[in-house]
Ligand binder design. Structure first.
Ligand code: PHB
Length: 381
């Protein structure tokens, strides 16, 4: 069976889906309302699970990842001023990779353009109709209509496709945000550090051996200008103890909201949602990009099955196939978030519960193993 897929959004979900479909001989067109520069520069998370790396390798999109990605065999959990290592490889046999989402996006754009496949930047999608499937957009100052057989919404939490799936959304908000900075300085530690502190959560990550990525829990409504550099360094030093941050030039400073939401259905007729258009996890578990990669892997297999057999059975089962992993990631990300952050009105009782939870997580082998399985995405589903 031959058909065409219109993909809305050239983030990692849309671009990876386009790549997987192309490898399966299925035509697609990708529409992105921003310009190429914006899409390639936007700062997002940087942890890839083993499964995501395997998918990128199988898609022939891992040359730079295999050269520049940094394998991590564990993380450090800090609480009460002491560090406790969780060894992923020993506990699960799997590791994770540090490779920024923005690099994944650059690699997939370069491959798509090298293959001469349609990818329209600055194509502003104005409306979508489902019966029949059509994407109405503006490009080069002109209105256009694209007719296709299926539409996949990969246009994120603020996109236009999500509201076309009229299923209930289950969500939760958090009484804190993250201030994220990018620094020209070597990472705090050779692995990631997740720190519980009475001053609030801190996370020390990295982008390369010379670039650090660091986060501080801040109150909702915070603007970056209320955090001059010296305040940032002093808070990081306090919260990350016993680790010490390496100070350097701060090249980016932004505030990230913390949200959790799941749309109960990810499909409506010929429309399918993938990644942030369908679900948002708080960033504490580093799951957002990995869930998006899983969604589009399932979707690409379903489209491939349709093209080879004419049967829509895997497409019909798309939501059900994805939701189990989404809720596992949601539970893990929410647990990590509430275990590590200090709420504005938190009582000492609640702080002691968090410290006990952290102690249990780092001293009870099955509980440590559970964290390792969830973090590496190897939990049985
Ligand atoms: C990041 O490197 O940006 C990062 C790492 C781990 C997280 C969140 C963000 O949990």
């Amino acid at each position: 069976m031959s058909f065409t897929v219109g993909i809305v959004g050239a983030g990692p979900a849309g671009l990876l889906l386009g790549r997987l479909l192309h490898r399966a001989g299925i035509d697609s067109v990708v529409f992105e309302n921003r310009d190429r520069d914006y899409v390639e520069q936007r700062q997002r998370a940087g942890i890839l699970e083993q499964g995501t790396v395997n998918t990128l390798r199988a898609a022939g999109a891992a040359d730079r990842l295999d050269r520049l990605g940094i394998p991590h065999d564990g993380i450090d959990l800090v609480y009460d001023g002491a560090a406790h290592r969780v060894d992923f490889v020993e506990l699960t046999g799997a590791r994770v990779w540090i490779y920024a989402q923005t690099e994944v996006v650059k690699d997939l754009i370069a491959l798509r353009l090298a293959d001469d496949l349609p990818l329209l930047f600055e194509a502003e999608v104005q409306s979508i109709t489902l019966d029949p499937p059509m994407i109405h957009y503006r490009h080069d100052g002109q209105p256009h209509t694209f007719s296709c057989d299926y539409i996949v919404g990969c246009d994120g939490f603020h996109g236009v496709t999500r509201d076309l799936v009229p299923a209930p959304v289950l969500s939760r908000s958090f009484p804190y945000s993250w201030l994220g900075i990018l620094v020209d300085a070597p990472p705090v530690h050779h692995e990631l550090v997740y720190a519980h502190s009475r001053h609030g959560f801190a996370l020390a990550s990295m982008r390369s051996p010379t670039i650090s990525r660091l986060y501080l829990q801040v109150p909702n409504g915070t603007t970056p200008d209320t955090w001059p550099d010296d305040r940032i360094w002093s808070e990081l030093t306090t919260r990350l103890t016993p680790h010490t941050p390496n100070e350097g030039r701060i090249t980016a400073k932004s505030v990230l909201p913390m949200r959790a939401s799941v749309r109960q259905s990810m499909q409506q007729g010929p429309l399918f949602l993938a990644g942030d258009a369908a679900h948002i996890v708080p960033p504490t578990g580093a799951k957002g990009l990995n869930l998006a990669a899983h969604d589009v892997t399932v979707l690409a297999e379903a489209f491939t099955h349709l093209s080879q057999t004419g049967s829509p059975e895997l497409l019909d089962a798309y939501t059900e196939t994805c939701l189990r992993r989404i809720w596992r990631a949601q539970h893990f990300s929410n647990t990590m978030t509430t275990m590590l952050h200090i709420s504005p009105d938190q009582t000492e009782f609640e702080t002691q519960l968090q410290l006990s939870h952290l102690h249990h997580t780092t001293t009870s082998p099955p509980t440590t193993q559970s964290l390792a399985e969830n973090y590496t995405g190897t939990t049985p589903l």
